[in-house]
Every structure is written in C-alpha cells, then in structure tokens.
Design a protein around this ligand. Structure first.
Ligand SMILES: [Zn+2]
Length: 114
C-alpha cells in the first residue's frame, strides 16, 4: 500500500526539521513533486519583476524525488544553518555518499556506450 500524500508530507516535514516545510504537489502523470521551502532564506528576484522568494528545493518523482529533495535540503542546512537541528541530518553521511556516486556517474556519463 502506498502511503497517502498527506502522510508523506507529514513525515517529510518532520524529518526536514523546524526550518523546512515540505509540500507534495502532483506533477505530470500524477507523480509526486516534493518541494521543501526554507523558512529563513530567500532568493532575490530578477529584473523582469519577479519578486524575492523563499529558497526551496523542487524534485519530481516518488521515493527518488523524496530522497533527492531531502539530500539537497540536508546540504542546504549544513551550508546555511550549521547550528540548526533536524532529524534528516542523521542521513548527512548517506547523502554525501549519494552525491559522490552521482558525480562518478556523471563523469562516466560522457561515454554513451553502456
Ligand atoms: Zn535556509
């Protein structure tokens, strides 16, 4: 049984800690899109008149999307809020390992032969 969207949202919000708020939207093909917004950081707007907005991660995909969004959020916390406490920081080591693997994959990715 697949956990409901709101149950996933609650679980993800709890793991993201007090600074992160998680929203799950439905994207194309009804797939989940994970959005984690930082309560403190904002991204400056642009000259076209887009206003400043909260820093956020946006990743589509079921469990993969969740993990990718959470990894990115963990790195954001480490970088910008080193004193912040969040349950997801327990996965920092695993997140770094995944990042390392992705880099190695990308390095190999220049060769189309698989
Ligand atoms: Zn932040």
């Amino acid at each position: 049984m697949v956990a409901s969207r709101s149950a996933r949202e609650r679980k993800a919000s709890a793991e993201a800690g007090p600074l992160g708020s998680v929203k799950i939207e439905l994207g194309a093909d009804d797939q989940f899109v994970y959005k984690i917004t930082c309560a403190e950081c904002s991204v400056p707007g642009n000259k076209a008149g887009r206003p400043d907005r909260a820093w956020s991660v946006y990743r589509p995909g079921q469990d993969n999307g969740y993990m990718a969004a959470m990894d990115r959020w963990i790195f954001h916390l480490r970088e910008k809020h080193p004193d912040a406490e969040a349950p997801c920081l327990a996965y920092l080591e695993a997140a770094e390992q995944r990042l390392q693997e992705q880099r190695e994959q990308r390095a190999k990715g220049s060769d189309p032969a698989v």
